[in-house]
Design a protein around this ligand. Structure first.
Ligand code: ZN
Length: 442
């Protein structure tokens, strides 16, 4: 088993990475840009990575996300017939096939299951080692014994606290909400039970105290940040109702009955803001999903990252560190201007799967030319199925980002915008240093 995993590091295709694919970038024609790109790529491959966001875990582990999956029309690169998945498997596991045909995928699933059982914590540590990832944030409901706390930092989910009332009306709005919302209610009940609360408190003040206790408990269990997936469940625009309105809504519906949509939304508007203030108090960075999501009913309009601007630019939340996951994609061009605010950061996770390196290089160059110190790498690695796992996702995200980053920075050096030394400093900040500072233990 040990030898097999040691071979993993060797088998990993560094030479393949070095042959950055032709991406037809507008600056590719400049003399010397290719040589610059190769030089930068060599240096970038040696930078240890801090992964700001991912869902590490074995296939079938129900705790890798607080949201169950829904049927989704996957974009091209995420489909199982993308040949890059087989390339990942060949690099990581000496997979002997060129595709993921069912019999071949079964080979891969079996190979991983054997190793998972034998290696314990070493299994994922060695994946990180092989890919040059020093530390990875794990967005999970809870941490399993098989992830090494020295390498994985836990960010926990808090959306469930926004669903204290009966959700029958809420989940009847579309078939995806009918899947998502019951899972939130279940998690909120579990968190309450762990905090010793069998039933909802009678008043908003009581619920605020309970929520604050739950957050403190998750932090004490190792949580280094909190995460909202709320864009899947409602608009990212949070109005600013007075506390008295939220208290009246709470008093009316905490005892039972399904509140109308307007009441639920107003309560969430208030309570989202309450949770942000708690995050500031506990010095927990706040990750928010801000990209288009899968499913037939994800609202691009409601999920537009610009909906958060009233919150991000509100001085009451100056003490909150916001990390906008997925860079607001496809509104990444606008999102970078939100990072002008001192306490707002963008993460590029998921974009490394939605976009090929050529397109990602364009986005990264724009971001690097504006706020290079406010952007962080994230993988969004996720165990899709027994064959395409978090392992393959880490491989694809790391490969893509290194190629794209080298291409973006080579263009900037070639155009005389930055020196090569400054370019590499930007690469280190983006791939490691900025995120490492965000989650530094106090
Ligand atoms: Zn994610």
């Amino acid at each position: 088993m040990r030898q097999l995993l040691a071979a993993l590091a060797l088998a990993l295709c560094w030479p393949m990475l070095a042959r950055a694919q032709a991406s037809a970038l507008p600056w590719d024609g400049a003399a010397g840009v290719r040589a610059e790109q190769q030089r930068l790529l060599g240096a970038i491959e040696r930078i240890p990575i801090f992964d700001n966001h991912g869902h590490p875990g074995y296939a079938g582990d129900p705790d890798v996300d607080a949201m169950p999956g829904v049927a989704a029309n996957l974009p091209l690169r995420l489909r199982p017939d993308n040949p890059e998945w087989a390339a990942a498997a060949r690099a990581l596991w000496r997979y002997p096939y060129d595709d993921l045909a069912p019999a071949h995928a079964a080979w891969l699933a079996r190979r991983k299951q054997q190793l998972e059982r034998g290696e314990g914590r070493a299994y994922f540590d060695r994946i990180l080692d092989a890919l040059g990832i020093e530390t990875a944030v794990a967005n999970r409901v809870r941490m399993p014994a098989y992830l090494d706390p020295q390498r994985f930092r836990w960010v926990f989910f808090v959306d469930s606290l926004l669903f204290p009332f009966d959700t029958r009306e809420y989940q009847s709005r579309n078939p995806d909400l009918a899947v998502y919302i019951p899972a939130q209610v279940k998690l909120r009940r579990e968190l309450m039970a762990q905090a010793g609360a069998a039933a909802l408190p009678a008043t908003l003040g009581g619920y605020e105290q309970l929520a604050a206790a739950i957050l403190r408990r998750e932090q004490a269990r190792g949580g280094v940040g909190m995460k909202f997936e709320i864009a899947y469940f409602r608009s990212l625009h949070f109005a600013d109702p007075p506390r008295a309105r939220a208290a009246a809504i709470y008093a009316r519906w905490a005892r039972g009955g399904a509140p109308p949509a307007a009441d639920y939304a107003a309560f969430q508007d208030y309570f989202f803001r309450f949770l942000l203030l708690q995050a500031a108090r506990l010095r927990l960075p706040v990750q928010i999903h801000t990209a288009v999501g899968p499913g037939d009913y994800f609202s691009l309009t409601g999920g537009d990252v610009l909906n958060l601007e009233n919150i991000l630019r509100d001085p009451r939340y100056s003490g909150v560190t916001f990390v906008l996951l997925h860079g607001g994609y496809p509104f990444d061009r606008q999102a970078i201007w939100l990072a002008a605010r001192k306490n707002v950061y963008l993460d590029s996770s998921l974009m490394e799967f939605y976009l090929y390196p050529g397109a990602l290089a364009r986005t990264l160059r724009r971001w690097l030319e504006l706020y290079p110190d406010k952007i962080v790498f994230g993988s969004d690695a996720y165990p899709f199925d027994p064959a395409i796992g978090a392992e393959e996702c880490y491989w694809l995200a790391v490969k893509s980002v290194r190629e794209a980053l080298a291409a973006a920075l080579a263009g900037m050096v070639e155009d005389g915008e930055v020196s090569e030394a400054r370019a590499l400093q930007m690469a280190r900040a983006y791939l490691h240093d900025t995120a490492a500072r965000l989650y530094a233990r106090p």
